[in-house]
Design a protein around this ligand. Sequence first.
Ligand SMILES: *Cc1c(COP(=O)(O)O)cnc(C)c1O
Length: 369
Amino acid sequence: MSNDLAFIPPAKPIIGEEEVEAVSAVLRSGMVAQGPQVAAFEEEFSEQVADGAFSVAVNSGTSALHLGLLAADIGPGDEVIVPSFTFAATANSVAITGATPVFVDIEPDYFCMDPAAAEAAITERTRAIMPVHLYGHPANMPAFEELASKHGLALFEDAAQAHDASLDGQKTGTFGIFGAFSFYPTKNMTAGEGGMVTTGSEEIARRVRILRNQGMAKQYANEMVGVNNRMTDINAAIGRTQLTHLAEWTAKRQSNAAFLNENLEGVIVPPVAEGAVHVYHQYTIRVPEGDRDAFVGALREKFNVGSGVYYPIPNHRLPSLAHFAPGLDLPQTEKAAKEVISLPVHPSLSQTDLDRIVEAVNTVAKAGA
Ligand SMILES: *Cc1c(COP(=O)(O)O)cnc(C)c1O
């Protein structure tokens, strides 16, 4: 059956002639490093995605996290509370500053960090809490804001998967001292590679601008030890073009998700918290533990439907990060890592694709994988 069906990929960046034209224009200008395109991209991102917050572009989402943490003075001796159920960049960015990532569990419905678990992990060394808006669903920010103010902690947001998501009308990336977005190709919008730090603090914005550029605000008058994490005008030109489509692509992701919610049977579909706008970077279902890998295989082999497992190994079990958490047990995280499957939800899906995804999942679920 699968042989004559075109493969439905789990993710598909949409890159068209508009991007090609925008990049060509930058190349023809002869000025390709950080310049007017980056400045315009920052301004447009601020207006459209970050509710007017300062936006500072860098070369990746990981750099956005790293420089945000450095700008907020996170370093050796500090602990930053993070979820373990996320991409390794979240904890890597903490560890690379010399601080210690402290892993806590998620709440099972929305796959985001559990505020009660975060509170239980606070020690005298805790400086900050950094939730992740995983899969494009906002973390419980009111609870984290309360926790941060009660314990005198900083609040940061890994918004790498959550462009234009919101909670109670407030955009993700505008709750904490800073938010970090990613423009990796499979994210909801791309710049080739790239990232954005959003912040309401003029001082944090200033420091990130300096840190991305060798610690210089003024040429050769370096005032901090910095790095070169600048975004190029080539990447910014792609990002600016993509930004003009973000609202339409997000709406398509949401209508695809609504169709899947309505039609999938025999699996747990992703719930949305009250007041939350989910932007479905991933559409993630749960299937019974033990059946998952066979389920993924059957979708692919029988229906040519691609899917992804984000993430099969929790951060606190990774060889690179496990030494931060000897003996730690995070039951909800472990369970999710064994049960999740992310189905295609990207804006390129046709109705025929959606119908095939539903048929595939329902057939495989009914057969017991
Ligand atoms: C993609 C991602 C990052 C890192 O972004 P890059 O642009 O790939 O460096 C960080 N955190 C999360 C949750 C991500 O999904």
